[in-house]
Design a protein around this ligand. Structure first.
Ligand code: FES
Length: 134
C-alpha cells in the first residue's frame, strides 16, 4: 500500500470516528480510538526478529522474511505487558499465557491471539503504527 502520512492519518482518524466500512456492504466499523506512533525507518528492521523498542508504547515490530508487521505488546487476557522471549515467542508474567511468534495463543488463560496493528510505511520510509487505546 502506498499512501502518504497525511492520507494515513486521515484514514485512521476516519476509522476512529466510526466511519462506514465500504468493504462489507456498508456496515459501520467499530470505533478504534488510539494514537499513531512513528516507529522510525522501516529499514531499521531489516533483520528477522522481534524488536522490543516500542513495547512500552504498545507494540512489538516483527520482521519475518519479507513481512514487516506490528503486534500488540499487551496480553489479551488482562492487558499486562508481554515479554519477548529469545525464541521470538511472547510470555505474560501475570498469569503465564504464551503466544507464538505470529501472536497465536499457545498457552492460556488468554484465549485471543495478539492483534496485528495497522501499519503503513510513508513516502519517507517511516513506519507508522496505529496503537489502539486500551
Ligand atoms: S494478563 Fe496475561 S495471562 Fe493474564
Amino acid at each position: 500500500m502506498s499512501i502518504n502520512r497525511r492520507q494515513f492519518l486521515l484514514l485512521t482518524a476516519g476509522l476512529a470516528a466510526g466511519c462506514k466500512n465500504m468493504g462489507d456492504g456498508g456496515g459501520v466499523t467499530p470505533a478504534t480510538p488510539g494514537r499513531m506512533v512513528n516507529a522510525g525507518p522501516a529499514s531499521h528492521y531489516a533483520t528477522d526478529g522481534v524488536y522490543s523498542h516500542f513495547r512500552d508504547q504498545g507494540f512489538f515490530v516483527i520482521r519475518h522474511g519479507e513481512k514487516l508487521f506490528a503486534l500488540s505488546s499487551f496480553c489479551t487476557h488482562r492487558k499486562c505487558k508481554l515479554n519477548a522471549e529469545p525464541d521470538h515467542s511472547f510470555y505474560c508474567k501475570c498469569h503465564g499465557s504464551t503466544f507464538d511468534p505470529a501472536g497465536h495463543v499457545t498457552l492460556g488463560p488468554a484465549r485471543r491471539d495478539l492483534p496485528v496493528l495497522n501499519t503503513v510505511t510513508d513516502e519517507s520510509g517511516q513506519m507508522l503504527v496505529q496503537v489502539p487505546a486500551l
